[in-house]
Write a protein that binds this ligand. Structure first.
Ligand code: RB5
Length: 147
């Protein structure tokens, strides 16, 4: 029996809006239920901490299984999301870090930078992140130490 697809929440500031829009279509085409937490255009300057916090609340409150967050670099919005103690947001630049973020860190949020990561690479990272299980074992106690 196959697992149901995880529910995804996605949020970005203006610097990540275009990649967010692209990823929503990419995920929906693949059958994911995606909740768009904004922002809703690239022209209006907004503050990434607000969107990092919204994405954090979506996973910690149980509305989503994973969140995806995007800003220009992915740095600001990942720092913001990680202020929530139950969040493990991983800024990934390639499929190796995406895989290990899940296998070793049980990351529950994927962070991406629109201005530093190409669209196809971002798709690959997202696919790997969402399809990789946490390994548990020796990694579990380390993850537990953070909560
Ligand atoms: C916005 O200009 C930019 O600073 C933001 O998207 C992000 O890169 C911050 O870390």
């Amino acid at each position: 029996m196959s697992h149901p697809k995880p529910r995804i929440a996605i949020a970005a500031d203006h610097g990540g809006f275009r990649l967010k829009t692209h990823l929503i279509a990419f995920l929906q085409k693949d059958g994911y239920d995606v909740s768009d937490l904004g922002t809703h255009d690239a022209e209006t300057s907004v503050d990434y901490p607000d969107f990092g916090a919204k994405a954090a609340e979506a996973v910690t409150g149980g509305d989503a299984d994973f969140s995806i967050i995007v800003c220009g670099t992915g740095i600001g919005i990942s720092i913001a999301a990680n202020r929530n103690k139950a969040v493990r947001a991983a800024l990934c630049h390639d499929t190796t870090t995406a895989r290990l973020a899940r296998e070793h860190n049980n990351a529950n949020i994927l962070a991406l930078g629109e201005r530093v990561t190409g669209t196809i690479t971002a798709e690959d990272i997202t696919r790997v992140f969402l399809n990789t299980e946490f390994e548990g074992g020796r990694h579990a106690k380390r993850v537990e130490k953070m909560s």
